[in-house]
Design a binder for this molecule. Structure first.
Ligand SMILES: C[S@@+](CC[C@H](N)C(=O)[O-])C[C@H]1O[C@@H](n2cnc3c(N)ncnc32)[C@H](O)[C@@H]1O
Length: 275
């Protein structure tokens, strides 16, 4: 593992391909992300790092009385979120989109009755600051649901050394630029230190073997897309070379054809309450 944070850079980029990936990813992982998410007693939530609105779409569908104020730092994501949500009848008049940095929100105190954050903290150089800001704008008694990566837990069988090598280069690259691909495991400490109560953490699995070949194929495809989202950056920066990228693609091709393949990943979902 390398250390020392250099410049901050968003590892996935904001291309239309990446934006489609976020939509597919949200759809694919809904069954596990939303198992325990409950905003049925909440009228208005804050969504931090809404991206293209892929999670907002699910939240508004699942909780028909909910309104969401969504923030993101990037104009392309915000434009895409506006378009996606604007086209949904059930979302009409139920969302607001704001360009805002999660570390420095302009909402007044006590603005919302809950918060949802998904795949965002890994990109934050100062997650403690974000959690403190979120706490500031939530009313007492509000619940937060935070879903974050634990990239050390990805495993494929048969063992795929090129994929593994590429994945570790990806993680080093993100870490060196001020992100944290392992932040999921730290959510309990971060929430406790930020003064939240009832902090609970749940390890969630994205795991499939020959018993669920369709899910396995989708998970493998999703992971290949995720890794490919960073290929240009990693090549430019010399973290990987073209030979490794080719070997990684070959291994994905082979493992996707293998009837005995197993794909395993886990992530953390933390819930907590504002005192
Ligand atoms: C991987 S995407 C996740 C999007 C969405 N939550 C989802 O699950 O589809 C991370 C998002 O966080 C946004 N982001 C990164 N840093 C941010 C910051 N400081 N403030 C607000 N949003 C930020 C990025 O622009 C990006 O849209």
């Amino acid at each position: 593992m390398t250390s020392g944070h250099r410049d901050q850079k968003y590892i996935h980029g904001y291309s239309p391909i990446e934006q489609d990936r976020l939509r597919r990813q949200a759809e694919l992982t809904e069954f596990v992300i939303y198992q325990d998410v409950n905003f049925s007693q909440t009228d208005h939530i804050l969504e931090v790092g809404c991206g293209v609105g892929a999670q907002t779409q699910i939240l508004l569908r699942r909780f028909p009385r909910l309104k969401a104020s969504c923030i993101d730092i990037n104009d392309e994501q915000l434009a895409s979120a506006r378009e996606t949500l604007g086209a949904l009848d059930y979302a009409r008049d139920r969302f607001e989109i704001h360009k805002m940095n999660a570390e420095k929100m302009t909402f007044p105190e006590n603005s919302f009755g809950g918060a949802f954050i998904c795949w965002v903290m890994e990109h934050m150089p100062n997650p403690a600051r974000v959690l403190s800001e979120v706490r500031r704008v939530l009313r007492p008694g509000s619940s937060v649901f935070i879903t974050e990566v634990m990239n050390f837990s990805y495993f494929l069988d048969p063992y795929c050394p090129a994929i593994w090598k590429f994945w570790m280069a990806y993680n080093d690259y993100q870490y060196d630029r001020g992100g944290d691909p392992f932040v999921g495991v730290k959510l309990g400490n971060l929430l406790r230190d930020a003064g939240y109560t009832d902090v609970r953490t749940h390890v969630k699995l994205l795991y499939a073997d020959k018993r669920e070949p369709e899910l396995r194929e989708k998970l493998l495809h999703d992971r290949e897309e995720l890794m490919m989202s960073a290929v240009d950056e990693l090549l430019q920066d010399g973290h990987v070379d073209a030979t490794l990228v080719e070997a990684m693609k070959r291994e994905f091709h082979d493992v996707r054809k293998n009837q005995n393949a197993i794909t395993f990943d886990s992530f953390m979902q933390a819930t907590a309450r504002v005192p």
